[in-house]
Design a protein around this ligand. Sequence first.
Ligand code: SF4
Length: 383
Amino acid sequence: MNGTADLFARSAEDSYATFESVKAWKKATGRPVLGYFPVYFPSEIAHAMGFLPVSLLGASGRVGLDMATAHTQSFVCSISRSVFQLSLQGNLDVMDVLLFSNICDVARNLSGITKRNLGDRRIEYLHYPINNTSAHAVPYLREEYRRLADILAGVTHHPLEPEALRRSMELYNRKRALQEQLTAFRRARPGLLPYTEYYNVLRAGGMLPVEEYLPALESYLAELPSREGKPKDGVKVMVLGNFCEQPPVMLMKSIEDAGCFILHDEALVGERWLGLADLTAADPLESLARGYVQNLEPMTVRFHPSVNKQKALLDRARTQGVEGVVFATPKFCEPALYDYMIGKPALEKANLPYLHIEYEESASSFEHARTMVETFTESILFD
Ligand code: SF4
């Protein structure tokens, strides 16, 4: 257990700024690397074409933001600035392609400003459909994926092969299924798997080659049930809003230390939310596009006209038996704040307590947040 837990912890740490394991992989294989900005990216396509897809989740205080700050407004979120800083100071030089998408206006503009400042690099932009009820959404996204594959073929000089894509989809289906098992274990026995360890396991999944990650995760999961520990008391909560910029792990630890069991949160949700892609479909590219467009998972960051977000929030809270909701929103993140404004009245009506905390990825003091959460949990326990 220690070996795999250490591997995940090392890999998660490497993913903040150094990317040493990515450099080693590239040197050993001679193959290209694609770095992608959250929230969602179809890693299967890059993998099938020989790339190592690497999730860019921000530096969380590991680098200063002086260069990025000189180029950006003071009211943009920290993850956009730290990823930009990493690219400006050379930490992302190992990546042959940097990819952004239309999660929000900041991510959209980050693509442009990065391109302007790193003109010699392939900076690409994937535009996901907005109206997912339109009959054109699936064919449109399939064509976006085809365009992406053509761009990647410009690096590898090999076209995307449907059978290679199918094999990659199988691997990534397996990865999502195992990560779901991990989450289910934590939900059932939260006292045996601290959030910080759980987070490292997930974060390593956006960094390690999937062929290395899968056996490590299988062996880790096989040993988890033999863990021993005394049952702890805790208020069961959901944490929402942490889908793009990652909260400092110490903030999440503070929430746990203040008496909460985090049964659900949105960290790295883009890696997991597609579910299982249909491997039997005649056109695997279309299958991936269909998986994105037709997914009705109430992922808070995304709007789908068929999903009533307020009802979805309450349904999830009831299904998981949570006693409160913590909205942890990154500073200056409009999508997270919109979701907070939508969720808040629904929770008030349902008489379900909630708390709002704002964070920056580089924050290093959590006393205030811990006091807020302690007051919140006490108000639930002694209500
Ligand atoms: S943290 Fe929020 S504002 Fe910043 S890039 Fe992500 S979604 Fe956009």
